[in-house]
Design a protein around this ligand. Structure first.
Ligand SMILES: *Cc1c(COP(=O)(O)O)cnc(C)c1O
Length: 229
């Protein structure tokens, strides 16, 4: 086994164990492999080990990797900060965007989504770490924004995404994930058809699964430590 395939198996085993521990079906949690900063060959290796969905943070790197790996028919998720002047290449290349935090970005993605592609799957990013993070809409803004995004023609709002600040204590890790889940449940109760709670990274997969994550986004635990830029 290559290191990447061994790491992948270990992460899948963590997901499985956490799901069982918290009384959830492991099949209800999918793994997004975050390949940002890693070369196309690392993605090839993970794909050869059975991984299909990959997450990227930087627009140019995303487009280059998709162009290089296109024939593998992988599923690509854009999860990084997105400026309005960079929406077009994203709308034209990826299957999902997790980092929608403003209506203007959503409108541009919808306008720029090519007609021959299926609707772009999106998550609304919500800031559940208060002052610590600048990314994401506020929990108060989320319900109205979610309804506006859900109404756009070429997008399909799938759910919510959050990136809490890194914490070591398990109960403390659960807190922001719980807050995100409560917003998600409220939106579903109000009639929005959502199926995705994108939360949990290498260091807090278990806490996210305890609070209902349906997709965890894992980079370091699969590909190794990223070089500091
Ligand atoms: C980098 C990144 C991840 C993966 O983080 P790891 O700690 O390497 O698992 C997940 N989500 C987002 C939004 C990221 O930017």
């Amino acid at each position: 086994m290559t290191p990447i395939s061994a790491n992948l198996q270990a992460v899948l085993a963590r997901i499985d164990a956490a799901a069982r521990r918290f009384g959830r079906d492991p099949a209800s949690i999918s793994l997004l492999a975050v390949s940002k900063t890693w070369p196309a060959d690392a993605v090839r290796e993970a794909a050869a080990a059975g991984q299909r969905a990959f997450g990227e943070n930087y627009v140019q790197e995303t487009v280059e990797k998709i162009d290089a790996l296109g024939p593998l028919a992988l599923e690509w998720h854009f999860i990084g900060p997105l400026q309005s002047n960079k929406t077009r290449p994203v709308a034209e290349h990826v299957d999902w965007v997790h980092s929608v935090e403003r209506l203007k970005i959503a409108e541009r993605l919808s306008q720029q989504r090519p007609a021959h592609l299926p609707p772009l799957n999106v998550c609304l990013q919500v800031n559940v770490s208060g002052e610590v993070s600048k990314s994401g809409c506020t929990p108060e803004e989320a319900p109205a924004l979610a309804r506006q995004i859900a109404a756009l023609p070429n997008l399909r709002l799938r759910g919510l995404m959050g990136i809490p600040e890194p914490l070591d204590d398990f109960e403390a890790q659960r807190q922001p994930f719980r807050q995100l889940r409560e917003i998600y449940e409220r939106l579903r109760n109000e009639g929005l058809v959502l199926d995705t709670l994108s939360m949990g990274m290498s260091h807090d997969i278990e806490a996210a699964i305890a609070e209902g994550a349906t997709m965890v986004r894992v980079g370091t635990a699969i590909f190794g430590d990223r070089k500091k830029t």
